[in-house]
Design a binder for this molecule. Structure first.
Ligand SMILES: *Cc1c(COP(=O)(O)O)cnc(C)c1O
Length: 427
């Protein structure tokens, strides 16, 4: 199996090459040559999550240097539970937030770190990553003290929650936290620019841990595959997914699981007030905008990177895209109302991102839907506590990080300042 760039079918790499490189030379994103068709009805029902994941990902690693280590990579990466909570007969919540930093980003970041540390044995790698809140902590936690890897996490100053910031800045050692005076899109732009800069090439091998990296997407498709499989085993029907969406990585992974034949009926993307996808569906024009700050901050993305992969999957035809992709944009006001409604109706607490998914689900058919719960509510206590009038319980893995001392450097969204901060940190 090889992977090629969305911008050039001839530019082919093995999975490890694509992981190490991050972004293709031509600026495109790596996608698999084809989607292996999994005969999921014949899978052993007793497989645990990591066994299931390594079974269905095996075809992507055939012939690659990591092939023989895939089972071990999955076992180390996916070492936390994945509960499915029933709200009513046709609405379920898939809790993707039980990992060490309490968001679904732990699945991708931990898998990537397992791959990258095996691929960096003989040379130093710098991982540069932009975060709208949760990627940064997941990547920092996954890579902390991994030998031969230095990580730079850039987050927009003042636009992430205090607890998200704490989870990014509490590491030190090989993790450099940069507070950037700008937006998430400014941070993301610097990541992309870095790949064209000689300066970085002279420091070490540069790679990215954003969802442009294929090693983030492959692990993410495993939970859609696993949960749809489990749902089928129990209910005998396929199921739809509603996915809170920002940079479109998580939802692209769901489409990939569907393309592999898993029993996924349809997929709906819930967004906050950043509505480029809804606008594309309505108009056929993809018009990136500056991101708008919302209370579902991890989804504050105006120019979603993985949109290119989603377009590629649907052959860039607007008609085919709109047949397969539905998107519902949700305002902050409705997010607040929804948090309250879910608490009252179901005695369940959703984070602001997951609230967009719940609201979107209410607009959809009465067929069964699973809402992806992307983060734990306790990361967003300043938003949620006043709405539900109740103190949130802090998950033990968060409590531990809240007690640690923090380190960060503040910079402007300018390449030279980022380089300077890195140089000072690695003297
Ligand atoms: C990152 C994130 C999202 C958005 O996921 P994308 O893959 O960027 O679309 C949604 N919710 C939470 C809590 C996140 O951390």
């Amino acid at each position: 199996m090889l992977f090629y760039s969305t911008r050039n079918k001839e530019n082919k790499k093995t999975v490890s090459q694509a992981i190490v490189q991050g972004l293709a030379e031509d600026g495109g994103l790596f996608v698999p040559e084809y989607f292996p068709q999994i005969d999921w009805k014949s899978l052993d029902k007793n497989l645990n999550y990591s066994q299931f994941a390594s079974t269905i990902l095996a075809d992507y690693f055939v012939g690659d240097v990591l092939e023989s280590q895939l089972a071990n990579i999955c076992q180390n990466a996916f070492n936390f539970p994945l509960p499915l909570v029933k709200l009513n007969d046709n609405t379920f919540i898939m809790e993707l937030f039980q990992g060490p930093t309490l968001s679904f980003k732990d699945f991708g970041a931990r898998f990537l770190a397992e791959c990258m540390s095996r691929l960096s044995k003989d040379r130093k790698t710098i991982i540069i990553v932009a975060t709208s809140g949760d990627t940064g902590s997941a990547v920092a936690s996954a890579f902390h003290n991994k030998p031969n890897v230095n990580v730079i996490v850039m987050f927009p100053t003042g636009q992430i929650s205090a607890r998200q910031e704490q989870q990014i800045t509490c590491w030190g050692d090989n993790i450099l936290a940069l507070s950037v005076n700008g937006t998430f899109d400014d941070c993301q732009k610097i990541v992309k620019q870095s790949f064209n800069e000689e300066w970085w090439k002279q420091q070490a091998h540069l790679s990215s841990a954003n969802s442009i990296n294929i090693a983030r997407l492959l692990p993410q498709l495993t939970y859609y595959a696993y949960v749809s499989w489990q749902y089928y085993l129990e209910h005998g029907t396929d199921v739809g997914f509603v996915i809170p969406t920002g940079n479109v990585g998580n939802s692209t992974a769901a489409y990939w699981a569907k393309a592999m034949g898993f029993p996924i009926r349809e997929i709906c993307l819930a967004t906050n007030a950043n509505r480029v996808i809804s606008d594309y569906i309505a108009s056929g024009k993809f018009e990136p905008k500056s991101s708008i700050a919302t209370i579902a901050n991890a989804m504050d993305v105006g120019n979603p990177s993985n949109f290119e992969r989603l377009l590629h999957l649907h052959g860039s035809e607007h008609g085919k895209f709109t047949q397969n992709v539905n998107s519902i944009s949700v305002s902050d006001k409705i997010i607040r109302q929804t948090i309250q409604e879910v608490k009252q109706k179901h005695n369940y607490i959703v984070c602001p991102h997951t609230a967009t998914g719940y609201y979107a689900r209410q607009q959809l058919s009465d067929k069964p839907w699973i809402i992806a719960a992307t983060a734990a509510p306790s990361k967003f206590e300043t938003v949620i506590e006043p709405i539900i009038n109740e103190k949130l319980t802090v998950a033990p893995q968060l409590a531990e990080l809240l007690n640690k001392a923090t380190h960060k450097v503040t910079v402007n969204p300018v390449m030279s300042e980022v380089q300077q901060a890195y140089a000072n940190n690695n003297k």
